[in-house]
Design a protein around this ligand. Structure first.
Ligand code: 87F
Length: 489
């Protein structure tokens, strides 16, 4: 029997290995773990409950944090009128091919086609102009949780590059640049926490180069993650200082304390469901998904292991008691009491779904008043006495969370090469164009806020001029992975 047929029969197991065919492995994992269902429109995916519970956990964290910063929730319409979209034409120019339009209702053509938001600057800022009059109207800090549509033409990938995705977009306006600058970094720190503390994915915080920043803004900061299997860096989330460009365009002005007309300083910031794809790519293995406990829908799965002559009912009761006890202690825990699947099948099933900890209860465990705990990340097995189960489970889940992060960080750090010279490299723009082709263009990811020591007199690896700072460069060249280079730009 071929691997494919086997999979069909049991519904379990992956037919691709992560290190052999990463792309196919990824598609299979997101489907078999019941996160994603493919949809009949290319680039669109159904996000199943196993995905949405993760999204909700991240939402609850981030939403609570920004509310502490006095950011208010709003919701603006999905549709954009063409006039206002054009207003931003300088910045929209490069993005225009990705904008989707509604041109018909029923059989009749609309008089004026209507765009679907790819981002909401042009939707929101006309109203910022209306609502901001005096200095007392500032700061104005709004965030919305919504979907956006970008009609991508390159290879769609669940979570990573989809035509419709979910995100939060924050748009804020201040009287001073100082306040705007501070907020950019406060938000960036929350993005770092989402990746590192929740998804156990290490990121680098930094500033984008002039070439890679959002063209409509003053400067762009980002968190950059790394996917070991592709050797590529990936933008995790962005926090922009827009300066006064949009304020000028949309006339977002106010009367300051001195009674003078002044222009607002603006920021915008977003993270999307891409975060989930990065987490899957970083932690998953040949058994399937691997969920960090902080975001796992089910942190502990309890599986009864009945034995032929044993008292099945008391095993099932022990499982239910365990669920009750751990639930009361604050864990997300479920028992798989289905009688039409074997324990072995259930083990594989919950491993595929990435549940961090499995608790098995059989007749011997029952007799000894203990359970057997098996870690998803390293398969280690330990017997835990029932007496202080909740404490032990807490320790184990904390340890799994840390181990996932450390393993990912070690892998990433092993792929960072310090490159002080590269004769063939030209300055940034040339590097990007000259390396285009089958191996993928090399571009700067960011200049990290956390800088290595730059010895005096170090030259830029590309231009030969005096280097000003270190920058991360990312490309798909497997051997190079990402590099950090002294750059003059
Ligand atoms: C695609 C089509 C049309 C990105 C686009 O990063 C417009 C755009 O403006 C576009 N793709 N962008 C840049 C988005 C900038 C900014 N918007 C608010 C963010 C954070 C949230």
């Amino acid at each position: 029997m071929g691997k494919k047929e086997m999979k069909k029969e049991t519904g379990l197991g992956l037919s691709y290995k992560k290190d052999e065919n990463f792309g196919e492995w990824y598609s299979e994992v997101v489907v078999n773990s019941e996160m994603i269902e493919y949809y009949d429109i290319s680039g669109c995916y159904i996000l199943r409950p196993w995905t949405m519970t993760i999204w909700e956990i991240m939402h609850d964290f981030f939403d609570a944090e920004i509310k502490k910063m006095k950011v208010k929730t709003c919701y603006f319409p999905l549709f954009v009128s063409p006039g206002v979209l054009q207003k931003e034409k300088d910045h929209i120019e490069g993005f225009a091919p990705e904008v989707a339009w509604v041109t018909k209702s029923g059989e009749s053509e609309l008089d004026i086609p209507i765009a679907i938001r790819p981002t909401s600057e042009t939707v929101m800022y006309p109203y910022y102009s209306k609502w901001i009059r005096g200095h007392r109207d500032l700061p104005l800090k709004l965030n919305q949780w919504c979907n956006v549509v970008r009609w991508e033409f390159s290879h769609p990938t669940p979570f990573i590059r989809s035509r419709e995705f979910l995100w939060q977009e924050g748009h804020t306006a201040f009287a001073t640049k100082t306040e705007a600058d501070a907020e950019v970094l406060d938000i960036l720190e929350l993005y770092r926490q989402i990746y590192e503390d929740y998804l156990a994915v290490p990121v680098i915080k930094g500033k984008k180069s002039e070439l890679e920043k959002f063209a409509g803004g003053l400067y762009t900061t980002s968190v950059e993650a790394f996917i070991p299997n592709t050797g590529r860096g990936i933008q995790g989330a962005t926090s922009h200082c827009l300066g006064q460009n949009f304020a000028e365009m949309f006339e977002i002005t106010f009367e300051n304390e001195k009674g003078e007309k002044a222009m607002a300083w603006q920021n915008s910031w977003a993270y999307s469901t891409r975060t989930i794809g990065v987490m899957v790519m970083v932690h998953g293995d040949d058994k399937g998904l691997m969920l960090p406990p902080k975001v796992a829908t089910v942190q502990v799965i309890v599986v009864p292991v009945p034995f032929k002559d044993a008292d099945t009912q008391s095993i099932l009761d022990a499982c239910s008691d365990t669920v009750k006890k751990l639930t009361e202690a604050g864990f997300r825990v479920e028992a798989d009491l289905r009688d039409n699947y074997s324990p072995g099948w259930k083990y594989s099933h919950w491993e595929m779904k990435g549940v961090p900890l499995r608790i098995e209860i059989g007749p011997k465990d029952l007799a000894k008043n203990q359970v057997r705990a098996v870690r998803r990340d390293n398969s280690t097995k330990v017997d835990l006495p029932m007496a202080n189960l909740a404490e032990k489970v807490r320790d184990m889940l904390n340890d799994i969370q840390k181990s996932l992060f450390n393993a990912a960080k070690e892998k990433r750090d092993a792929c960072i090469k310090v490159a002080k010279t590269w004769d063939e490299f030209e300055v940034e723009k040339d590097v990007k164009t000259r390396t285009k082709g089958e191996m993928g263009a090399a571009k700067t990811l960011c200049s990290p806020f956390d800088q290595l020591e730059l010895p005096e007199g170090t030259l830029c690896f590309a231009s030969g001029k005096l280097a000003k700072k270190w920058s991360y460069w990312g490309r798909s060249l497997v051997l190079l992975h990402i590099s950090i280079n002294p750059t003059s730009i």
